[in-house]
Write a protein that binds this ligand. Structure first.
Ligand code: SF4
Ligand code: SF4
Length: 155
């Protein structure tokens, strides 16, 4: 089921480094309607192709305003109920709102180290870019198992 934007809550990511929903959607569906010509809502985001939304929830989690809602399947989240994530630096909180107004909130850690503290190439040798088209590992002079080039798939 596709997402939709609550226009009263979306602030267009005004003043932020990037427009969170637009930059994270893997299907390039989210867009910002700068002048309102597409939706009638200026400076609000929208899902411009709901039928193509694969409901990955990435934009819902990334939105700093919790302005994107997700139409879940009715047997899991019936009309009137809501599931809303809120992503922090170290945790994600999920608020489950039932149709009778009851709420449950769950929090889960999303990282074990401070943000941006991981150095994925620490301790690794520099890449040998002249070997980029050859089999083997980037930091080795010779591949461990060069294989038979004739067996490689050529496109
Ligand atoms: S991430 Fe949220 S606040 Fe930012 S433009 Fe998208 S819907 Fe609006
Ligand atoms: S749920 Fe996923 S595919 Fe759908 S608009 Fe959001 S980020 Fe894009």
């Amino acid at each position: 089921m596709p997402t939709f934007v609550r226009t009263e809550t979306c602030d267009g990511c005004d003043g932020r480094e990037r427009i969170a929903c637009v930059s994270i959607c893997p299907h390039d569906l989210m867009a910002l309607d700068l002048d309102g010509s597409a939706t009638g809502w200026a400076k609000k985001a929208w899902n411009r192709e709901p039928s193509q939304c694969w409901a990955c929830y990435a934009c819902v989690k990334a939105c700093p305003q919790q302005a994107i809602e997700f139409r879940a399947a009715a047997d899991a989240v019936p009309l009137g109920a809501r599931v809303q994530p809120e992503l922090g630096d170290a945790f994600i909180a999920w608020t489950i709102e039932f149709r009778n107004g009851d709420q449950n909130r769950f929090e889960y850690p999303v990282r074990t180290r401070p943000a941006d503290s991981i150095e994925p190439y620490a301790g690794k040798a520099a890449a040998k870019l002249d070997r980029i088209g050859q089999p083997g590992f980037f930091d080795q002079d010779e591949p461990t198992n060069p294989g038979d080039p004739a067996e490689l798939i050529h496109i």
